[in-house]
Write a protein of this length. Structure first.
Ligand code: NAP
Length: 284
């Protein structure tokens, strides 16, 4: 990072914990490629301080903030406006400074859609299984709902999958079926998207229950986890010889979209590809 001056644009990411975030590296890499003068700072914010953090950040003219766990829902109440996609996903991961306050966006859904395109994984006309029904699952539904044939959500706590279905009632143009983890899908599944935390951190080396059966007839498997780059779920999919994608591309594209929103710029495809290669070498 270049030295900070009075002209430096300040942005950041807020969450708890925040020490392992890759967002500063990604945003500073984009800034280096675009020759932008940016300082992008991680902020540890307690649950009780979300409103105060946004008021302070706005007063300090912090131009954009990414929001990560556990604050993606809590910030919504403190936005002066919400982008329709953020309302659809029911979470905000990007805040853009406006004179009145922050406008909330969600770039996870479009980030995943661009990642699928980038890797040539087709969801159009396919039966999609989604493992999990947390925040990442909602973003995944929004990613694929315009084009998929049907969506099948599997979750350990079935009531949460039912709540997801309820949230998308009247908003999702294709049928959503919900299941417990070990219930079989009512249709043969073409693409399986793994959105639970099983396979990373304390759950490293594990695979979500029921996922092997779902992979049986699938042509592609996606895991939103990017560390490790190959979860047991993806190893099993590779073993079956089907197409796979980890969470790196989604992480990358959600950051690209967030950067474009925060700085009111559009990055060209060649530039995006060069930034992608540079980051893949470091963290992919
Ligand atoms: P979340 O809201 O906390 O949801 C967690 C989900 O995982 C829930 O469906 C939960 O099921 C399930 N789960 C947790 N432990 C489980 C276990 N032992 N067995 C079965 N299911 C289990 O989290 P999130 O925000 O959706 O994030 C989930 C994952 O997506 C994380 O790994 C995160 O890193 C990844 N993610 C990646 C990106 C990216 O850019 N690549 C973006 C967002 C998220 P219950 O409902 O039963 O608790």
């Amino acid at each position: 990072m270049k030295s900070i001056t009075g002209k430096t644009t300040v942005c950041g990411v807020m969450g708890k914990p925040i020490e392992h975030t890759l967002s500063p590296l990604i945003h500073h890499t984009i800034a280096a490629f675009t020759k932008a003068d940016l300082a992008y700072v991680p902020f540890l914010v307690e649950d009780s301080q979300v409103e105060a953090a946004l008021k302070g950040a706005h007063a300090l003219n912090i131009r954009g903030l990414n929001v990560t766990m556990p604050h993606k829902k809590a910030v919504m109440a403190h936005c002066v406006a919400l982008d329709p996609l953020a309302s659809q996903v029911d979470a905000v991961n990007t805040l853009v400074w406006t004179p009145e306050g922050y406008k909330g966006y969600n770039t996870d859904a479009m980030g995943l859609r661009r990642a699928l395109q980038h890797q040539g994984i087709a969801y159009q006309g396919k039966n999609i299984a989604i493992l999990g029904s947390g925040g990442a699952s909602y973003a995944t539904v929004v990613s694929v709902m315009n084009g998929a044939k049907s969506i099948h959500v599997f979750n350990r706590t079935k009531a949460k999958a039912e709540a997801l279905k309820e949230h998308f009632q009247g908003k999702c143009p294709v049928p959503i079926e919900v299941y417990g983890l070990n219930e079989g899908a009512r249709l043969p599944i073409d693409v399986v998207i793994q959105t639970t935390g099983v396979g990373m951190g304390e759950l490293m080396g594990q695979i979500p229950e029921g996922s092997l059966a779902l992979l049986e007839q699938a042509q592609a498997a996606v895991d939103l986890i990017y560390n490790p780059s190959e979860t047991v779920f993806l190893k099993e999919a590779l073993h079956k010889g089907i197409q796979v994608m980890n969470g790196f591309d989604m992480l990358f594209y959600q950051a690209i979209i967030a950067y474009e929103l925060m700085h009111h710029v559009t990055l060209g495809e060649h530039l995006i590809e060069a930034i992608y290669r540079a980051l893949l070498e470091r963290i992919g």
